[in-house]
Design a protein around this ligand. Structure first.
Ligand SMILES: NC(=O)c1ccc[n+]([C@@H]2O[C@H](COP(=O)([O-])OP(=O)(O)OC[C@H]3O[C@@H](n4cnc5c(N)ncnc54)[C@H](O)[C@@H]3O)[C@@H](O)[C@H]2O)c1
Ligand SMILES: [Zn+2]
Length: 710
């Protein structure tokens, strides 16, 4: 989408004509819906939360002045974005709503007064609020029946969310069973899934090393990690949880907000320790100031505080206004900004040749953190904001760990500052750099890419770094710095060189062990670490090759489909030979999780003789072991061997098989003493007899579905 258009001048709402107002409401509805999709479905927002909130405020102000113009699709009636088609849907029995916002003390005092007015409270009537941090993660509803976790869903559009039960089960902080004697038969616990700062930084480091997706902030990382089709990916991500609300509840354990949260804690759910009871608007403001002070040291992102009327009978009386409760409000923190000088723009060349501009800043403290780099996204972004070297700029860190440049202070521009000329050639190899659409979600722009391919040392170096990264070959003692050093010395230029390092080093006049900073012990350790990688599972090998668009998940999808290197290679070779209209091409395209972009990238990669040579050389040193599915998924059937027989009523055989495998079970075609369950549909024959003879547990289809919790 083109973002190069300048934002239209905004007229004060009081001056808008009715037709202008209608037009602007239409534009705002479309724009906000678009940002909601990017934020909630792609986990890749394009604008800051502050900018987004400003759009909504503008919409609300216009609607307040022209109530007759409020649209059916107005953002003020909507919550979030529709559940993504990728997931099964869950209809919320009690809707999941949003919160009204207060942006300053006046908004807050008005809120407290409004509540009192609504309840016809006299000044002397006591009215208590809970106050708690507003966690910047994603909301989740977790359903427990008879104390056991049976279902978990995202908020979606508030009415219907995404079923993420298997993924939520992998989160250590979320109990599978609630403890205590007063757990209601049905308890829907709601709260926020989030990622701590430390875990976020470690995840991004690992992702960057692995050439994977780097997340802009902990919220996106948490949402992206939870909303995975493969729950083993979620399991590998460090997610945390705070319970603060509820949906359906068959028995109420308390009659206040605070009492409810205390009951959650007794049942074994994590709750935020900072929640407090406040008796007046002044106490609420004091709480806000205190949390704002402690914000930087909490260890997780918050974007404000939430106040809720404590008594549940009063909450009931207050009720809701379209998308939010009348009895609660979010008091938001302003985004943190600072002013500094842009000293330079550095161009980094990535593994696939993308030229990424990075702003080099005069170091400045933003929200308690010293910032000296900021992302500039791409060429168009620099042009759109007209960012020039020497400019004084406003940087923002809105919970984001990668700071952004919000705008240039043109009035402070030094005389003679020229518009920035984005390089048309690769700064490393000098090859022509071409503009291409940037397909990454939410990127919304173009990227300039070095066409040097295999001759570009920057790309070769990045590919090697990717090759040894944690999710690829993960060679201990051979990190980014060593790779860069060995590459520059010509010691390691291609993956295969890693595995011949020892032989060459033995023959060398200056072996590594004799060099400064190496030492015999560390060299020995490195060489043994390399040896330990002479056998590698298929998914890691595919991922390590650094083929465009083939990340961790895609590599697993391919490996799952082909099992062995030979099968994978012959499938790809057939597609290379057959071309885009061939059956071989369509076969790869048909694999679950694989689309045309990936098939094209595979075909491109394996059409290139240099790549084939490099891969073949590598495989003369490395043995590829077949893909084994890890059963990190915890379910009643994980690790169990299951056989299906007879006619199943509620799903086809292949769906039953896929579902069982997703839950960590092994599906076998024949019954043996090792079989744990035989699921027998109608007209089951010899397998059923066999199972009975062997004493294998036989389940009906319904019993099986109960067991796996569907
Ligand atoms: N940058 C963008 O493009 C973009 C797009 C959409 C939304 N957003 C951001 O998302 C937010 C708006 O979305 P929203 O509708 O989720 O509203 P909200 O985040 O303002 O408030 C509602 C949410 O707060 C969360 N929450 C956290 N701690 C809570 C607590 N202690 N008690 C109760 N709720 C708590 C819940 O998940 C709840 O759903 C804003 O911050 C907005 O800036 C940004
Ligand atoms: Zn280059």
């Amino acid at each position: 989408m083109s973002k190069s258009k300048k934002k239209p001048e905004l007229h004060p709402v009081e001056e808008l004509s009715e037709s202008d107002a209608a037009a602007e409401l239409a534009r705002l509805a479309a724009e906000i819906a678009q940002h909601d999709l990017l934020y909630y479905q792609s986990d890749a927002p394009e604008i800051s939360d502050a900018d987004y909130d400003a759009l909504r405020q503008r919409n609300d102000a216009i609607e307040a002045r022209f109530p007759a113009l409020v649209r059916a699709d107005s953002p003020s009636h909507r919550v979030g974005a529709p559940a993504s088609e990728t997931f099964a849907k869950v209809r919320h029995r009690v809707p999941m709503l949003s919160l009204g916002n207060a942006f300053d003390d006046v908004d807050l005092t008005e809120f407290a007064a409004r509540v009192r007015r609504f309840l016809s409270f006299k000044p002397e009537d006591a009215l208590a609020f809970t106050a708690e941090p507003k966690i910047d993660g994603l909301s989740i509803s977790i359903r427990y029946e008879e104390g056991r976790l049976v279902e978990a869903a995202t908020r979606g559009d508030g009415a219907e969310g995404e079923n993420v039960t298997a993924n939520v089960r992998t989160i250590g902080e979320i109990p599978h069973t609630l403890r205590g004697s007063n757990v209601p038969a049905v308890a829907e616990i709601r709260g926020e899934i989030y990622m701590s700062h430390a875990d976020f930084a470690a995840l991004n480091r690992a992702q960057a090393e692995a050439g994977g997706k780097v997340f802009a902030n902990p919220r996106n990382a948490a949402a992206g990690s939870l909303r995975q089709l493969d729950s083993s990916i979620t399991a590998s991500r460090p997610l945390c949880f705070f319970a603060y609300a509820w949906g359906e509840m068959s028995d109420m354990p308390a009659d206040t907000q605070k009492g409810m949260v205390e009951a959650f804690a007794k049942w074994g759910l994590p709750v935020n320790p900072l929640m407090q009871l406040c008796e007046s608007a002044d106490e609420l403001l004091a709480f806000y100031a205190d949390i704002a002070d402690r914000r930087a040291s909490l260890g997780y992102d918050i974007d404000g505080v939430v106040y809720k009327v404590n008594r549940l009978d009063l909450q009931e009386r207050l009720g809701f206004v379209s998308r939010s409760p009348r009895w609660a409000i979010a008091h938001k923190f302003p985004a943190e900004q600072a002013v500094t000088v842009l000293r330079d723009i550095e161009i980094q060349v990535g593994r696939t040749g993308s030229l990424t501009p990075v702003a080099k800043l005069e170091p400045v403290t933003v929200g308690g953190v010293v910032v000296s780099n900021a992302t500039l996204h791409n060429e168009d972004e620099i042009a759109r904001k007209d960012i020039r070297i020497g400019d004084t700029v406003v940087v923002q860190r809105a919970g984001d760990v990668i700071p952004q440049i919000v705008r240039v202070m043109v009035e402070k521009r030094p005389a003679g500052a020229e518009p920035y000329q984005f390089p048309k050639t690769c700064p490393i190899c000098g090859s022509h750099a071409v503009r291409e659409a940037d397909e990454s979600p939410g990127a919304g722009g173009v990227v300039r890419r070095c066409t040097g391919g295999l001759v570009c040392p920057a790309q070769a170096k990045e590919r090697l770094k990717h090759f040894v990264s944690r999710l690829a070959f993960d060679i201990e003692g051979l990190g980014e710095e060593k790779i860069a050093l060995f590459f520059d010395e010509g010691l390691i230029r291609r993956p295969a060189d890693i595995f011949t390092l020892e032989t060459r080093d033995n023959a060398s006049e200056v072996p590594l062990a004799k060099r400064k900073g190496f030492g015999a012990k560390s060299v020995e350790k490195l060489l043994r670490a390399i040896d330990a990688r002479r056998k590698m599972p298929l998914d890691r090998v595919i991922f390590a090759l650094g083929i465009r668009h083939v990340g961790e998940t895609t590599a697993k999808d391919l490996a799952r489909a082909y099992q062995t290197w030979e099968a994978f290679r012959s499938a790809v070779d057939a597609a290379v030979a057959g071309g885009k209209d061939s059956e071989a091409y369509a076969d790869i395209d048909a694999i679950e999780g694989i689309g045309e972009t990936v098939v094209d990238a595979l075909v491109d990669f394996f059409s290139e003789p240099h790549n084939i040579e490099a891969v073949d050389d590598l495989l003369s040193h490395v043995q590829v072991t077949p893909f084994v599915r890890q059963t990190v998924v915890e379910s009643p059937v994980s690790g169990k061997t299951v056989v299906f027989t007879g006619k199943l009523e509620r799903m086809g055989r292949s769906e039953a098989k896929a579902r069982a495998e997703r839950l960590g079970a092994k599906v076998s075609g024949s019954v043996s003493a090792k079989t744990d369950y035989l699921v027998a549909g109608a007209d089951a024959g010899s397998k059923l007899k066999n199972a009975q003879a062997l004493g294998v547990a036989v389940l009906t289809e319904d019993e099986w579905l109960d067991l796996i919790g569907t």
